[in-house]
Ligand binder design. Structure first.
Ligand SMILES: Nc1ncnc2c1ncn2[C@@H]1O[C@H](COP(=O)(O)OP(=O)(O)OP(=O)(O)O)[C@@H](O)[C@H]1O
Ligand SMILES: [Mg+2]
Length: 256
């Protein structure tokens, strides 16, 4: 039986989707049978996950509405061990309330995740920003959680909020293993960035921080624009290597 790893953050734009896509690809490249699930109605995973050309765009929302079967929404990628479940047609709607209500009140999400981890070694779930109903329902079915935190001066203000979020998550979901806070978009040599990271390391207990740090790298956005995970498109890039190292560490932990 595999594990469900949720990528979560109260804040938007911190690198959740980039982390979910690249970690999933890095797990798959290790030979782990991997499913990447996008429950964020923004549906960004579809652009960067390495789906085959002319892939369908239906996904989890279309399974929820009864229009597609689970089998229909499991899409192959260019990596043999990676499959993807997109958010689906909810992405084209301006209003996501119905989708959120369906997830909050129905049993499909927990059932789907339970079935997925029966068949996979790891199920990586990209969630919407915030701790709303979709993220909470995901956390209730997840085994592990990872929180990306952008290494930027604003983190000085948001770190206490992030820590309250971590506390909220671990106290309300006792079964969850907290894999840690992942610093993203780190710029070595940028004094504002370096002092932010120093501040975070002083304020946050070290067992809550992952020691792998993701550097800021144009290769990540470039790969996304080209429809590929950076770990596939630019494996020698420092950010890709950081994601590969992180996948190794998390895979060892999850197996142990
Ligand atoms: N390490 C990095 N270096 C450079 N750019 C990055 C890095 N990580 C993420 N980005 C860029 O930052 C932006 C936000 O990243 P991403 O979409 O992964 O964040 P998110 O947390 O999923 O956002 P949202 O909350 O909207 O879902 C994207 O343009 C992405 O390409
Ligand atoms: Mg995202």
């Amino acid at each position: 039986m595999g594990k469900v790893l949720a990528i979560v953050s109260q804040k938007g734009g911190v690198g959740k989707t980039t982390t979910a896509v690249n970690l999933a690809a890095a797990f798959a490249r290790r030979g782990m049978k991997t499913l990447l699930v996008d429950v964020d109605p923004q549906g960004s995973v579809r652009f960067g996950a390495g789906l085959r050309k002319d892939h369908p765009t239906y996904g989890f929302a279309d399974y929820l509405s009864g229009e597609r079967t689970l089998r229909d929404v499991l899409l192959p990628t260019t990596l043999p061990w990676l499959r993807v479940m997109l958010a689906g047609s909810v992405t084209d709607l301006a209003d996501h309330t119905n989708y959120q209500e369906q997830i909050a009140s129905g049993e499909q999400l927990p059932r789907m995740l339970a079935a997925a981890k029966e068949r996979c070694d790891i199920v990586v779930v990209d969630t919407p920003p915030g701790l709303g109903p979709v993220t909470r329902r995901t956390l209730a079915s997840a085994d592990r959680v990872l929180i990306p935190l952008q290494a930027e001066p604003l983190a000085l203000q948001t770190t206490p909020q992030i820590l309250r979020g971590v506390q909220d998550i671990v106290t309300t979901h006792e079964h969850l293993v907290f894999d840690g806070i992942l610093l993203t978009m780190y710029e070595a040599g940028n004094p504002a960035c370096e002092s932010t990271v120093q501040y975070i390391r002083e304020k946050v207990p070290s067992h809550l921080m992952l020691d792998v740090v993701i550097p800021r790298s144009p290769a990540l956005a470039e790969a996304f624009a080209a429809g590929q995970p950076a770990v596939v498109r630019s494996p020698a890039d420092a950010a890709s290597q950081a994601y590969v190292n992180l996948a190794t560490k998390l895979a060892e932990r999850a197996a142990g």
